[in-house]
Design a protein around this ligand. Structure first.
Ligand code: GAL
Length: 828
């Protein structure tokens, strides 16, 4: 039977390449003379290697987060020095496991990783984003210690922004019998109530074997819905695949609002004995793209209100704990987004589990475009791993690969990639995100008789500027070709910064690209990107235009805004000292910028009213301030210190804006329904001096599994508890009880403070601490102090998670920690 253990705790880590003479020479010779592989290797992965001086840590781990910032490092990658690192772990397996199959599964390592076990070379994996699994059964000692060593080289880039480094996703040890479901070995497809189930079984026996495959479908309460059984013969050291059909009576559909999940339980028996039980989570839903009407979910047209995201968060870099991934998705969902583009790389599988559970539709993306064996393998690995997730609605074959996309060479390569998609997953469409003259590229593809299933258009930039009528031209020419705004928007903003109505002392004029606002232009690189989102790329559209272009066109399946969250690197158009981009609707901590509320207003049916800026402008009395409200109310009235200033209608997908001469006091907005009745009211008040710190954790209980992480919002407030919008106090954190701060941040795109510190300056009144449980349960107190402020304090508790065998990361023992109940494929 299958056993799955977390291998996250208890690793040794060294950030440098190790000059271990014997080992290194063999490592090098291995590539020149492959026979070394057979005779084994020496050195770092041997039990007993002297690693006492190495750092002890638990995974996941992004080692670049400890490297500080340097103007010498590439600004595009966050001005963080990169490097090579080694990880080692020693563990024991009982003698009884001899004869079973032992696999080590990595969800992702950045990047170019090589794995050795007990001195034997296991494999090399180039991609920093795809998962891989190695069968190491023959290399292990049973009833005795084993060592594993992983080298990764994070120096080369796969993307043009920050990518982290190291074993930044989960690692598992999977123990099975010799006859078992192969890695990623199930594929469930649904059509109406009919299921097609493909199961690939692997056997490592020395003889051919017959087995029986039983597929049982369970509903969300574990109640059996239907099943199928069938025999399968497998050769020596081989795999075999069985296709079965079944039908769920009146299935409950998976939808964005009701993401109902079923479980396929696969039972493999040999001579009546169960050798494997394997779980696959799936959903029943119908998806299709239409050239005229866009995207359909379960027969109903649904505009994809999408955002693009990189994997990066304050304090932790790419090593984002699952609970923080979920928190990030919830912020998106609260904004009204229903779709995510995992730009531009395969995500951690945990993120797709979260999207399955939350009802978020995913454009799943491979990192590299091309038909070389390496790139095709990366795509195949992605397809096989992710094709059971109901959240995944399409496969992106890549993004803006300009040496590929514009020619017949591109046609040939994308054609092969799309064929692979159709072969391995006939249930979904392929797309590719094309930039610049994508209309011209569409013509080249059409001439070669090749249509991507869904045409992905990044922005509407042409040599003559931005021109959204290109969507219409495309549709007029290719009315049956589904079209999606695969990347749109591209304006930037700094949370909390409102002083850019004038630029360099002059009113902002239209620039060369026809936009109002700061733009990429040598004279304009002065480092201001206000929260009014009046800075944008030459190829982008303003935050509201990006949505309007899509909303006004029924044929557009949806839009994916660049981006949901800020991320490190690509600080465009700013240079050092900037280290973080400003494209996000939320900053690097996930604190919303104002534009977030524009989307919240137009992507949600419930009434919304967001008034900005804050109303604390000491020294600006009598000066005009631009005031906006992002709202879906039909009209907005603005009242300053009890005097009504203006009442204005707000058209669909527009916003309220006026200039107000500043006077301290209260600025109030009232939102009215079309019928004229008041439905919402919000007030911005002039606040007093900073007085105290307030801590607001996203929840007060954590699972004691050394993974669960609370996101704690830290506010500087005045004596009446109101946020002080310009506070920048240095806040020092202490924790009592079984939890650790794993990172801090404040969303400041030019901050060079250490993400792993125990203190952080507030940035426009806010900062964030990420508090992670340990394996112990008990009360936890987080305290925040700053000079001149009353301290903040919050109490949480960590509770033993049910079914979790708690063995902390004891370095010289196997960490047989059963994984929690998260529905990860393969765990029942
Ligand atoms: C796009 C690109 C993204 C990001 C963005 C910035 O062209 O696909 O990865 O670089 O520009 O505006």
């Amino acid at each position: 039977m299958r056993e799955i253990y977390s291998m996250n705790p208890g690793w040794r880590f060294l950030q440098q390449d190790v000059e271990e003479r014997n080992f290194q020479s063999i490592h090098e010779r291995f590539y020149k003379a492959p026979e070394w592989m057979k005779s084994g290797n020496q050195g770092l992965s041997k039990v007993g290697y002297p690693d006492e001086s190495w750092q002890i840590l638990d995974l996941p781990h992004d080692f670049l987060q400890e490297n500080g910032f340097s103007p010498e490092a590439e600004v595009a990658h966050g001005s963080i020095p990169k490097g090579v690192a080694w990880y080692r772990k020693t563990f024991e397996l009982p003698a009884e496991d001899n004869g079973r199959r032992i696999h080590i599964e990595f969800d992702g390592i950045y990047r170019d990783s090589s794995v050795w076990v007990n001195g034997h070379f296991v494999g090399r994996h180039l991609s920093g984003y795809t998962s891989f699994c190695c069968d190491i059964s023959e290399l292990l000692n049973y009833g005795a210690p084993n060592s594993i060593a992983v080298r990764c080289d994070a120096r080369l880039a796969e993307l043009w922004s920050y990518e982290g480094g190291g074993i930044y996703r989960d690692v598992r040890l999977i123990i099975t019998d010799p006859v078992r479901v192969d890695w990623c070995g199930t594929f469930v497809r649904t059509e109406g109530d009919a299921l097609t189930i493909e199961t690939t079984v692997r056997s490592d026996l020395n003889r051919a074997e017959d087995c029986e495959v039983r597929s049982i479908v369970l509903d969300a309460n574990g109640k059996e819905q239907c099943s199928a059984s069938g025999p399968l013969s497998i050769g020596i050291d081989a795999t075999a695949t069985l296709t079965q059909t079944a039908a769920i009576p009146s299935p409950i559909l998976w939808d964005t609002e009701t993401p109902y999940l079923y479980t396929l339980k696969t039972i493999i028996t040999v001579n009546g004995e169960t050798t494997d039980e394997y779980a696959t989570t799936f959903g029943v839903r119908d998806i299709r793209f239409d050239g005229e009407k866009g995207f359909f979910l379960n027969g109903r047209p649904l505009k994809l209100r999408g955002i693009c995201n990189h994997q990066d968060h304050a304090g932790v870099g790419t090593a984002i704990p699952d609970s923080l991934q979920e928190w990030r998705m919830l912020q998106m969902k609260k904004m009204g987004a229903n779709a995510l583009r995992v730009s531009h790389n395969p995500p951690t599988p945990a993120l797709l589990d979260i999207c399955d559970r939350l009802g978020i539709l995913v454009m799943d993306e491979t990192r590299l475009t091309g038909s070389s064996p390496e790139f095709m393998q990366q795509l195949e690995d992605l397809l096989r791993r992710d094709r059971n997730h109901p959240s995944v609605i399409m496969w992106s074959l890549g993004n803006e690969e300009m040496n590929v996309q514009w020619s017949e060479v591109g046609v040939k390569q994308l054609r092969r990639m799309q064929h692979l998609v159709h072969k391995l997953d006939p249930s979904r469409s392929a797309t590719y995100s094309m930039n610049c003259d994508w209309l011209g590229v569409a013509d080249i593809y059409d001439e070669h008789n090749f249509h991507l299933d869904v045409f992905g258009a990044n922005y509407t930039f042409t040599e003559d500027g931005v021109d959204e009528s290109r969507y219409d031209k495309f549709h007029a020419k290719y009315p049956d070709w589904p079209l999606i705004g695969s990347e749109t928007g591209g304006s930037f903003a700094t949370r909390g910064l409102y002083n850019t109505e004038y630029y360099d002392g002059k009113p902002i004029e239209l620039n060369d690209f026809g936009h109002g606002g700061i733009c990429w232009n040598g004279n304009h690189l002065k480092g201001i990107a206000s929260a009014y989102n009046n800075g944008l790329t030459p190829w982008g559209s303003n935050f509201d235009a990006a949505w309007k272009h899509c909303a006004e066109r029924d044929f557009m399946a949806g839009t994916f805004l660049w981006t949901g969250f800020d991320y490190r690197g690509e600080t465009y158009p700013f240079d050092w000292p900037a280290t973080v981009t400003r494209f996000g609707l939320m900053d690097l901590c996930g604190f919303p910028k104002d534009a977030y509320f524009y989307y919240k207003a137009w992507w949600n049916p419930e009434p919304q009213l967001h008034l900005f800026p804050h109303w604390s402008w000491a020294g600006k009395e009598g000066q005009p301030i631009k005031v906006r409200a992002y709202t879906n109310c039909a009209e907005v009235e603005l009242i300053l210190n009890s005097t009504s200033l203006v009442r204005q209608a707000v058209a669909t997908n527009e916003y309220f804006e006026t200039m107000v001469d500043y006077q301290p006091g209260t600025l109030e907005a009232i939102g009215y329904a079309a019928a004229g009745n008041e439905i919402l009211r919000t007030v911005n008040e002039t606040v007093g001096a900073p007085a105290a710190i307030r801590l607001i954790p996203d929840r007060t209980t954590l699972a004691a599994d050394a993974r669960d992480t609370a996101v704690c919002r830290v506010e500087v407030v005045d004596a009446k508890g109101r946020l002080v919008p310009d506070a920048d106090h240095n806040i020092r954190f202490t924790v009592e009880g079984p939890a650790n701060i794993i990172g801090v941040g404040n969303g400041n795109p030019t901050s060079h403070e250490p993400p792993k510190g125990r203190e952080r300056k507030a940035f426009y009144g806010l900062c964030q601490a990420l508090l992670q449980s340990t394996f112990e349960s008990g009360p936890v107190i987080l305290t925040a102090e700053a000079d001149g402020l009353e301290s903040g304090r919050t109490e949480l508790s960590t509770n033993a998670a049910e079914g979790l065998a708690i063995i902390p990361g004891i370095l010289e023992h196997v960490d047989r920690i059963e994984i929690d109940a998260n529905p990860v494929d393969g765990i029942l």
